[in-house]
Design a protein around this ligand. Structure first.
Ligand SMILES: Cc1cc2nc3c(=O)[nH]c(=O)nc-3n(C[C@H](O)[C@H](O)[C@H](O)COP(=O)(O)OP(=O)(O)OC[C@H]3O[C@@H](n4cnc5c(N)ncnc54)[C@H](O)[C@@H]3O)c2cc1C
Length: 409
């Protein structure tokens, strides 16, 4: 059968209409699908939230809590502290916050005008209990869903309760250098020990007749000692071992930290190996009386004998870094991270010790955002890697600059 030209044109037209219709319908279906998916994703992203559980109400635990209540992703915050509230608020030692940490804390609403303390060269000095009390009282102002459980040790039973909380959870372990919460959560306790390349010794003297008043630190550089009265060889013509001394702490509890770059000079060798404790005691006593603040009273030999605690010898300063400091436990949709001394600590007291913990917290808010949104195995991994790399960077920077910044500069 032959078709006329008109019939062929009509058939072609009908086919053209069918094909166009087919494309329009397919395109519309794809557009509706993509649009709905985007809207659903947006709704899900907007609604993605998690519950934060913090273990430990030390300076790092409570600062983590303050950061968490500022994150819109955190729907509820629960904190466990084994000590009572009054014990936490009564902690007496002095902390010094460096200028960078002061502005970091200001960005989370810490009002330094309402904190009792002392400013000196951009650092803020206060009693740790005052800082902790301030945060404890501030937290409820930001969030109604905050639950602080004092006198409650995080144990296996509490871990079971945490597992049963529905939805995504983040546990932040801030239980200090001797805490075992991470172990309870199934993380390894293994630590890498790094040498800081510096030798040090510390001393404390309690002045019982003084009231608790914040005091600025004092650093004295390029000190050298003639120890030939103790060890005939421990004398150096060229004073090759230059010590730095730092005096810090409040008016009642005075700390001294003595540090020297690792070397093998006669004086350093003597201070590392000689068993006569009086050598180090006399160094600290003389240092204190020579370099103390002019308004302070000197320490007598007998007071020193009974009231000064000190390292008997120079020892190597080491940074201990927890190997497993982030994890995701799939069964109960739970992230775990460690912060503060639960994550890294060093065997020396510099008076600036909490600053390294606060530096670690600078990644907390972005991590909470990433952890709340992570859906796929890949994105969960990405968030863990982000936190792990940040933690490694803190340690690397501490090894490179930390003790210089805290002691020698
Ligand atoms: C005597 C002394 C003097 C110091 N002097 C200074 C100084 O001058 N300047 C300075 O910056 N730093 C100083 N530090 C160091 C300072 O204490 C630490 O850097 C800082 O406290 C670390 O904070 P953190 O929150 O990581 O741990 P921590 O302060 O140790 O807090 C850990 C908290 O976790 C709680 N906890 C432990 N296990 C559990 C559990 N299973 N369940 C619930 N809660 C738990 C503990 O009770 C504690 O409250 C000093 C420390 C001491 C001990």
């Amino acid at each position: 059968m032959k078709c006329t030209e008109d019939e062929i044109t009509r058939i072609l037209h009908v086919n053209y209409v069918h094909v166009t219709l087919y494309f329009v319908i397919t395109f519309s279906a794809v557009a509706v699908f993509v649009g709905t998916k985007t809207i659903l994703n947006k709704i899900r992203r907007n609604n993605a939230q998690l519950t934060v559980i913090i273990i430990g109400a030390g300076p790092i635990g409570l600062t983590s809590a303050l950061i968490s209540v500022h994150c819109k992703r955190v729907q509820k915050l629960v904190l466990y502290e084994e000590q009572s509230k009054s014990n936490v608020e009564r902690r007496t030692y002095q902390i010094a916050l460096q200028p960078a940490q002061v502005s970091f804390l200001r960005s989370y609403g810490v009002d330094f005008d309402n904190l009792e303390g002392l400013w000196h060269k951009g650092c803020f000095y206060t009693r740790v209990g005052i800082y902790l009390e301030y945060i404890i009282h501030t937290l409820p102002l930001y969030s109604m869903g905050t639950e602080i459980n004092f006198g409650t040790k995080f144990s296996r039973d509490i871990r079971d309760t945490v597992d049963k909380i529905s939805g995504r959870k983040l546990v932040i372990c801030c239980d200090g250098s001797v805490g075992v919460a991470t172990h309870t959560l199934g993380l390894s306790d293994e630590c890498v020990i790094h040498s800081c390349g510096i030798l040090g010794a510390v001393a404390t003297v309690e002045k019982n007749n003084e009231t608790l008043v914040p005091r600025p630190e004092k650093r004295i550089h390029n000190l050298s000692f003639d120890l030939s009265a103790y060890v005939p060889t421990a004398f150096e013509e060229n004073n090759s071992s230059n010590f730095t001394l730092k005096i810090f702490g409040n008016s009642k509890c005075r700390y001294m930290a003595l540090a020297v770059n690792k070397c093998n000079s006669n004086v350093v060798r003597a201070l590392k190996t000689v068993l006569d404790k009086s050598m180090m005691r006399n160094i600290f006593l003389k240092c204190f009386n020579t370099y103390k603040r002019s308004s302070e009273t000197s320490i007598s030999d007998s007071y020193c004998l009974n009231n000064m605690k000190f390292s008997p010898r120079l020892y190597e300063i080491k940074l201990s870094q927890r190997m497993e400091n982030v994890a995701y436990i799939e069964d109960c949709d739970l992230f775990v991270i460690t912060e503060g001394e639960a994550s890294r600590s060093y065997n020396f007291n510099t008076g600036l010790d909490i600053n390294i913990g606060l530096k670690g917290l600078s990644a907390l808010q972005p991590f909470i955002e990433m952890a709340s949104l992570a859906e796929t195995e890949h994105s969960i991994m990405q968030s863990l890697i982000y936190k792990m790399e940040h933690s490694n960077r803190i340690c690397r920077e501490f090894l490179k600059f930390g003790l210089k910044e805290y002691i020698f500069l």
